[in-house]
Ligand binder design. Structure first.
Ligand code: HEM
Ligand code: HEM
Length: 249
């Protein structure tokens, strides 16, 4: 009968080779922890809210042809609006949470809010990324956090339109709640900025289309860069770890 020590002996022959090759191959690439859990949680929850808001917002703006029966029985449009308002309020809470986290998180957690517009070097790198994305550069650069072009886009065509959506959405909601509501106290000023309710609706819609374009390009580039760049992307927003495919500068 085999003793305990014999049972624990390392496998030899064919199995040793398989195990050696599947677990012990040395990788030249390095990895670094970049996106902390609150940033990743916010990213995916925020994306989910935006998908719900775009679909329901579109249907509010361009309602479906009416369906038969008593409206209060199926309450279809009511539910579409309910999902929109619930997702909108969740998005606002999540945004506040993300802004607070920027004060406590690592250096990559405030990249979204503070692109270094004053730095000539940074603009040079934005230009390099434009050329790389347009297939005019042969070698991509390595970045630990967001690359400068991604950072510029996330600030100008995501964060600013999102703040606009929150302001105008809050104002439209305040209209429903009445001028003596807390909503109106918080968002009533938006009507003075844009003139009247019609303009607020228009700006709310236009900002949506900016975010829709951003999301489509962002998703394409995240997947494209995962394949073509020298570092991981999609898995980084899931696990937090950035893997580099080579050790060169
Ligand atoms: C990504 C974020 C958002 C998108 C894409 C979005 C999209 C839209 C669209 C397209 C409409 C139809 C506008 C129209 O035809 O006049 C709409 C209406 C509205 N949205 Fe949003 N929205 C967003 C965020 C919010 C937020 C944060 C709130 C605040 C709670 C909000 C509250 C409203 C209200 C109250 C209406 C008017 C509903 C009605 O008139 O029945 N939205 N939204
Ligand atoms: C509504 C949909 C989406 C929105 C609004 C959105 C927005 C954003 C924002 C604002 C950031 C910066 C995060 C921060 O610094 O806190 C980011 C990063 C990122 N997003 Fe999205 N995202 C969306 C969907 C997606 C999808 C579907 C993917 C994957 C296919 C994706 C992949 C990534 C990756 C990989 C990063 C990190 C980029 C890097 O490593 O530099 N996103 N996204």
């Amino acid at each position: 009968m085999a003793t305990t020590s014999e049972t624990k002996k390392a496998p030899s022959g064919f199995f040793a080779k398989v195990i050696h090759h599947s677990t012990e191959v040395e990788s030249p690439a390095s990895k670094i922890y970049v996106y902390e859990a609150p940033v990743r949680f916010w990213h995916w929850m925020n994306a989910l809210c935006i998908v719900a808001l775009v679909v329901t917002g579109y249907l509010i703006g361009k309602p479906l042809p009416s369906i038969g029966g008593e409206a209060s029985d199926h309450f279809l449009f009511g539910n579409i609006r309910l999902i929109h308002f619930a997702a909108g309020q969740l998005l606002i809470v999540l945004l506040v949470y993300r802004i607070v986290w920027a004060f406590f998180g690592n250096e990559h957690s405030h990249q979204l809010f503070l692109p270094p517009f004053w730095s000539r070097k940074w603009w040079g790198e934005v230009w390099h990324e434009v050329r790389w994305y347009s297939f005019l550069e042969k070698t991509p650069k390595k970045y630990i956090g967001h690359n400068p072009l991604a950072q510029l886009a996330m600030f100008t065509v995501f964060l600013l339109p999102l703040l606009n959506l929150v302001a105008t959405g809050g104002a439209l909601y305040a209209e429903g709640e009445g001028i003596d509501s807390y909503w109106y106290m918080a968002f009533g000023w938006v009507f003075s900025v844009y003139g009247d309710s019609f303009n607020v609706h228009t700006v709310h819609r236009l900002s949506m289309w900016v975010i829709v374009c951003f999301t489509m390009i962002h998703t394409y580039l995240a997947i494209r860069e995962d394949i073509m760049s020298r570092q991981s992307l999609v898995s980084t927003m899931i696990s937090g770890w950035r893997y580099f495919k080579d050790d060169k500068e």
